[in-house]
Design a binder for this molecule. Structure first.
Ligand code: SF4
Length: 341
């Protein structure tokens, strides 16, 4: 399936794993739980487990209609994501700074404990003098919109002398050129969202109540034995999310908000750097965009496809043959052309 945004590869094995677990859990639910009229449910309720991934929003930035079809046109939906060259490069970079450990999970609380532990480990390593941390889970409910967002930051770079923390997203490209403006806009949105989520945590804006409510977690459920052993190995204390999150909130406030954000592009074949785009963070712009995107997820407006100036995106879209938006736009355009003549 065409990954909206061209030939860059998603870094989100984490997302794939979680989605697989959620799909499996959904398949175990009795029919009565899906009896609610589909039409009455919002896209957030129908397609997502109560929260969104940062990649849902960046894909929406490319084409919202395409996101909608990716959930509703099953014949084209990718069923077996494979590890690509891009994702294996991400893994190699991750392994360069820390080991990947297999852990057995026994509950949703265990899954979220892994995310919290990975974030905590990165923070602790930076506070202990390491200058780079990779593949850092991040989450929050930005702009008081009551929608929970989850992501995975590629890289944090910390300068212990100036106490400056920067965030970089690593993108690999099949072709030896910089991405289009539209792809760069997607990547810009991605790093701005990561910064927003991270800074909100540093500023103490996220509470345990909000996390528990959106993720439907039991904050006092005791972790499984593998998670507990991992916590002990890291010389941390805590047997529940309630306790682990307290540690996270304290530790993250010992670090600073993110200063610089940017995207680094690398050619897959030659591993040559294609360039580094520094991004100017704009809180107002992000809030406006975010609120607009949420209107779709809350079912408050019709789904939108690309505007005529971006119709070139349709040429490489898997849904071009079935896309109503594209047909409607083509008709409008030809009517408009006739009137002019
Ligand atoms: Fe979006 Fe064009 Fe694909 Fe339709 S054909 S889903 S408008 S990119």
């Amino acid at each position: 399936m065409n990954n909206c945004g061209g030939d860059e590869f998603s870094d989100n094995e984490d997302e794939i794993l979680t989605t697989a677990i959620e799909n499996f859990e959904a398949s175990l639910k009795p029919n009565s739980s899906v009896a609610k009229d589909e039409e009455l449910r919002t896209p957030l309720e129908r397609f997502r487990p109560g929260y969104l991934w940062v990649s849902d929003l960046t894909r929406q930035n490319w084409c919202e209609q395409q996101v909608y079809y990716s959930f509703t046109v099953p014949a084209i939906v990718e069923e077996n994501p494979v590890m690509t060259e891009g994702s294996s490069l991400h893994l190699a970079r991750e392994l360069a700074v820390h080991d990947v450990v297999q852990v057995k999970v026994t509950s949703n609380e265990d899954i979220w404990a892994i995310k919290v532990l990975n974030l905590l480990s990165s923070l602790i390593s930076l506070l202990n003098g390491q200058t780079v941390a990779r593949e850092i889970p991040i989450f929050g409910a930005p702009f008081d919109e009551d929608v929970f967002i989850v992501g995975l930051i590629d890289e944090l770079r910390f300068d212990p002398t100036s106490f400056q923390l920067d965030l970089w997203e690593f993108k690999t490209r099949k072709y030896k050129n910089m991405p289009s403006k539209a792809q760069q806009a997607q990547n810009r949105l991605q790093v701005m969202l990561y910064k927003k989520l991270f800074d909100d945590l540093v500023k103490g804006k996220l509470t345990k109540e909000v996390i528990a409510k959106h993720l439907k977690l039991d904050m006092n459920r005791t972790f499984g034995s593998d998670i507990q052993a991992t916590i002990d190995d890291k010389c941390l204390t805590g047997t529940t999310l309630n306790q682990l999150l307290d540690i996270l909130f304290i530790r993250i406030q010992c670090i600073t908000c993110i200063k610089e954000i940017g995207i680094e592009y690398e050619h897959q074949g030659s591993k040559e750097s294609l360039g580094m785009n520094s991004v100017d963070y704009d809180d107002e712009e992000l809030e406006k965009l975010f609120k607009n995107y949420l209107e779709f997820w809350r079912g408050r407006r019709e789904v939108k496809g690309v505007e005529i100036e971006e119709a070139w995106k349709c040429q490489s879209c898997d849904f071009a043959d079935v896309c109503d938006w594209r047909k409607r736009k083509a008709e409008q355009y030809s009517q408009h052309g006739k009137k002019k003549i």
